[in-house]
Each structure stands twice: as C-alpha cells, then as structure tokens.
Design a binder for this molecule. Sequence first.
Ligand code: SF4
Ligand code: SF4
Length: 164
Amino acid sequence: MEDILKKLPELASLKQKSFKKLAQKIKKHPPKNFDYLMNEIHEAVFEHINCLACANCCKTTSPIVTEKDIERIAKFLRLKPQQFIEKYLQKDIDGLWMMQQTPCKFLDTDNYCLIYEVRPKACREYPHLDRKKNIQLLNLHLKNTKICPAVYEAMNFLEQKINT
Ligand code: SF4
Ligand code: SF4
C-alpha cells in the first residue's frame, strides 16, 4: 500500500483530464441507475482495498466536524463541547469546524480510529462512493483520486463502464 500511496498523486494527476471529460459526459447524459452503478463499483473496490492498511484520508485531510459531531464526540471523551473544540478543532476558511491537524489526532499507530464509534459524519461517509445523488459528487471524486486509492480505482472502473 505504501508504494501505491507514493505514486497516487502523480498517477491521479496524469488522469485528471480524462476523468474530467468523463464527469462532463456523465453530467450531460446521466446513465440510468447511476447510484446503483457507483454502489457496485464501491463494493468491488473495497473487496480488496483495506482502509486499515491505508488511512491516507486520516493522515492527509482534515474532516469537517458538525455541531452534532461535536456533542457526540465530546460526550464520548467526557469533555464539555467547548473543551473539545479548544483541544481538537479549528475553523476552516468557510467558518466551519474541522480537525486541527493532520495526521488526525485520533488516528492510532495501527491506523485504527480512537473514536471510531462516534467519528464525524464526514469520516463515516468518506470516500462518498456509495452515497445517494452521486452524480453531484463527481467533482469531489476527481479531487479525491489524489488522496484515496479506492476513488482512483473507482474512477478508472467508471471510465471503463461508461466508455465501452
Ligand atoms: S477511504 Fe480511501 S484514503 Fe481513506 S483509508 Fe480507505 S482507501 Fe485509504
Ligand atoms: S476522526 Fe477517526 S476517522 Fe476521522 S480523520 Fe480522525 S482518525 Fe480518521
């Protein structure tokens, strides 16, 4: 996995143009059952990609943390919401709360999340391949091809399915 992660930004950069074209094509003529197709692709890539061998999202990006997340995580950590905010969060450029640092402070050495049961919604949903209205997430997937090997592979799969 280390090797793949090292090469991923370059591989994804090389394919950005064709992934962008693909996204435009899909938006112009949305395939029937697109969510179903993305779900199938999600299942296929995660049959062999193990997030515990990767954790690149937790190491390189800071998830948005909602007010609901703050309440839930603070309770789990036996902190007051304000204490949790001061210790772990900062505002992003849009004024939303996000984790203070990367790698995430809750990422354990074995790639387990120390707050897995109560982790932020954004972490639960990442990398968004099996979410509804997936057509609206294509631009996000394009960005994520540089971070997440599963998304990179999913976009390649999608390209094959749409272009053949
Ligand atoms: S979601 Fe993607 S980046 Fe995050 S751990 Fe899994 S494979 Fe890696
Ligand atoms: S809270 Fe957990 S799942 Fe979310 S970024 Fe941190 S370690 Fe990863």
